[in-house]
Every structure is written in C-alpha cells, then in structure tokens.
Design a protein around this ligand. Structure first.
Ligand code: ADP
Ligand code: ADP
Length: 226
C-alpha cells in the first residue's frame, strides 16, 4: 500500500501541446481513484507520468515519501495494466507472470509461490503452459492482472484495461479487479473514458477536461453535481 501525491503536475509535449495543467491529487493508502473524461483530456498522460513512462514537465509526483520524478519505472514500486495486455507473445503464461520477478532476481521458490497464488486468485491455473495467442481476451487480461499482482506493488496503475473486451466481459472483469484490489489493499489509479465504469469502480472520481480537474469526489458527489 502507498499514498500517491500529485502536486502541481503539468505536461507540455515537445511541439507545445499542454496536455496536463497544474493538477493536484492526493491518493490515500488503499484508495481506488478513477481518472475519467473525454478522449484527449490528459488522463493517459497523467497516468504515464506517475508510472514514469513520460517525463514530468512541472510539479512533483511522490509515492509515500519518495519523489519519483527522476526514478525509472522499475524503481517505482508500481505495476501497470494496459489495454493491449502487453504480454510477451513468445512466452508461456507462467513465464509472463514470472518475468518481472526474474528480472528482480527473486529466488525461484518465491517466484513459483507467487505465480501459483496469482494464478489461483485469477483462476488461470489451467492456462499456465499456454502462449497468450491461445487465450481469449478475458483470459489475457487476467494474465495481465496476474503480472501486476505477483510483484506485490504498492500501487496498481490501470490504463483503460477493459476497453478491448466485449460489454459482458467488461462488467465481469470490472468486478474482479475491484474485488482483487480490495482483498490486496493495493492503492489504485485507473483511467477510463467510460463514465459507468468510473462510477462503479471509484472510491473517488477525478473528472478531467482539457488537462484540468473539472470535478473530484465520490461517485455520489460527482453524480449529484453534474
Ligand atoms: P486521454 O488519455 O485523456 O485520451 P492523452 O493524455 O492521451 O489524453 O492526450 C492529451 C493531449 O496530449 C492530447 O491533445 C493528445 O493529442 C496530446 N498527446 C498525447 N501524447 C502525445 C505525444 N506523445 N506527443 C504530443 N502530444 C501528445
Ligand atoms: P513487469 O513484467 O511486471 O511489467 P518489468 O520489470 O518488465 O515488470 O517492468 C518494470 C516497469 O516498466 C513496470 O513497473 C511498468 O511501469 C513498466 N512497464 C511494464 N510493462 C511495460 C510495457 N509493456 N510498456 C511500457 N512500460 C512497461
């Protein structure tokens, strides 16, 4: 678990697009925050700055007491789940789950235990020897979730993780993500353009528009004051 402090953070891309404008968000330990808003409002840019996949033009991002502005993604104790799953196609499900831990020189027995636990939680044990191409979209997204949870990160960052799934599976996976996050107590920052998804998942919503915060509050607070 961790708290995330986004303090006066801005992003100006090379070429001059001002994608994120002086944003402040305080995310508490174990909180589930959803960034929502129309395409191009800066959601993904903000998430990627927290992840370390994009440089921060102005302001600071802190995870607990660590200023992460200059830290490499791998040093930030976070795990990201992407829309396109970002699985390694030539590796089995097991190796996809184990990869991040192997890179961090985790002992083999510990890797096996963590992969087994994640596979059990996500009900993907039958597929551990398969390659991603032999899985359905929902199964692939479970593997992507598994890759995030084996790391036992302080925070999960989700970038539209369900957008490639059909409507029925989106609803199912939404519930699974929220149950897992509650069970693990891991702080979450989740990006979506889908308002219903945002309302269903969030402890608090951050509604962005043109790089600025338009509203911030619980789903009920935001819904009452549209
Ligand atoms: P969202 O995730 O809400 O759709 P983005 O963060 O992707 O929004 O984009 C915010 C703004 O920044 C948009 O105007 C987009 O065109 C611009 N943008 C995104 N990525 C880049 C980039 N790599 N270079 C220049 N402009 C970008
Ligand atoms: P993992 O296999 O769990 O993703 P890595 O060591 O490969 O672990 O990744 C380290 C960091 O790099 C992650 O915390 C994440 O922020 C980022 N990352 C992971 N996968 C990708 C990807 N496909 N593209 C860009 N960044 C990624």
């Amino acid at each position: 678990m961790a708290s995330i402090h986004i303090d006066q953070v801005s992003k100006i891309y090379d070429g001059g697009v001002h994608a994120v404008k002086a944003i402040d968000i305080e995310i508490g330990d174990g909180e589930f925050i959803v960034l929502v808003g129309p395409s191009g409002c800066g959601k993904s840019t903000l998430l990627r700055m927290v992840a370390g996949l994009e440089t921060i033009s102005e302001g600071t991002v802190r995870i607990d007491d660590h200023i992460v502005n200059q830290m490499e993604p791998a040093d930030r104790d976070i795990a990201m789940v992407f829309q396109n799953y970002a699985l390694y196609p030539h590796m089995t499900v097991y190796d996809n789950l184990a990869y991040g831990l192997k890179n961090r020189k985790t002992p083999k027995a510990e890797i096996e235990a963590r992969v087994a636990e994640a596979a059990r939680m996500l009900e993907i044990e039958p597929y551990l020897k398969r390659k991603p191409r032999a899985l359905s979209g929902g199964q692939r997204q479970r593997v992507a979730m598994g890759r995030a949870i084996v790391r036992k990160p302080a925070a999960f960052l989700f970038d539209e993780p369900l957008s490639n799934l059909d409507a029925k599976l989106r609803v199912t996976m939404r519930g699974e993500i929220r149950r897992l996050q509650r069970r693990l107590g891991t702080t979450a920052l989740y990006v979506t353009h889908d308002q219903l998804e945002a309302m269903t998942l969030a402890d608090r919503l951050v509604v962005l528009n043109a790089g600025r915060i338009e509203q911030i509050g619980t789903p009920l607070e935001v819904y009452r004051n549209p």
